[in-house]
Design a binder for this molecule. Sequence first.
Ligand code: NAD
Length: 293
Amino acid sequence: MKRVGFIGLGNMGFPMAANLLKAGLEIDAYDISLERLEAAKKLGMDVKDSPNNVVQNIDALITMLPNDSAVKGIFIDGDLLQNLDKKVLIIESSTISPNLAKMVAHKAHLNELSFLDAPVSGGVKGAELGVLTFIVGGRRSDLEKASYLFNIMGENTFYAGDSGSGQIAKLCNNMLLAIHMSGTAEVLAMGVNNGLNPETLSEIMKNSSGGNWSLEKYNPYPGVMKGTPASDNYDGGFLNSLMLKDLRLADELSELSKSDIPMGKLVKELYEDLNEKGLGDLDFSSIQKNYLK
Ligand code: NAD
């Protein structure tokens, strides 16, 4: 593995590509944002002016795009797959609908290419530190080819099953994340409204049966945990707009599979409200704002 194409250099993609570069790989990079391309160039990536120029002479292609429409534009509407060399491994790491992931995998396989859906967990910090979790769907033999790259960008890889399964597992995870973040935010506010200190209450619940990832790693209450978006005006991190996208995808998945998700539907409404209030660009832990007095 020598040269990797990377499309989508946003909050997640940029540090992921930077880690590959640091590990000695050559990176051909593309993003629609000129600002992102400028930053990539400064770091030593080989910047290209179109997706089709990224895919020349590469061993693997990684995409880290915001949503279905961007992924569809690159893989289904464009002719990129036809332009790739047969040996190239494609790793699609955006969070998108399982059906689109399956559709792209099918088109890639028709073109004799290796394709994995490999959404990630771990956030921007995880991407920067190279400790992401990759949740993978596709052929096991392709996963073996990809493990060298996964090990540079992350520390855990889970195989979920056939194409699309990585996305299904990721949507289940993010729906649960939204539910426990939202629940954590409302109980912290209730405790504070009743005279408790949010740090003390967090410590008590973290070590009791209410303990969860939001309390342990990503406390939503301002000032309780250093280095979290909540202690930095909810700046950056995983945006409310992206969480809403994932909750809508999870809702679609529940309809298609006739699964009851009352909590999932409720939390989707809460994130719809946040986005309607114009808070789409804040971190998803800003759901706490709903309950601050
Ligand atoms: P982002 O909006 O910061 O980055 C997306 C990048 O893609 C931007 O730089 C944008 O300019 C670029 N882009 C958009 N359309 C493009 C196109 N057609 N061609 C090339 N570049 C294009 O988003 P992000 O936070 O990096 O998230 C990327 C994906 O990872 C999303 O699907 C998100 O749900 C998922 N994710 C994000 C996090 C997180 O904490 N931010 C965590 C896990 C998974």
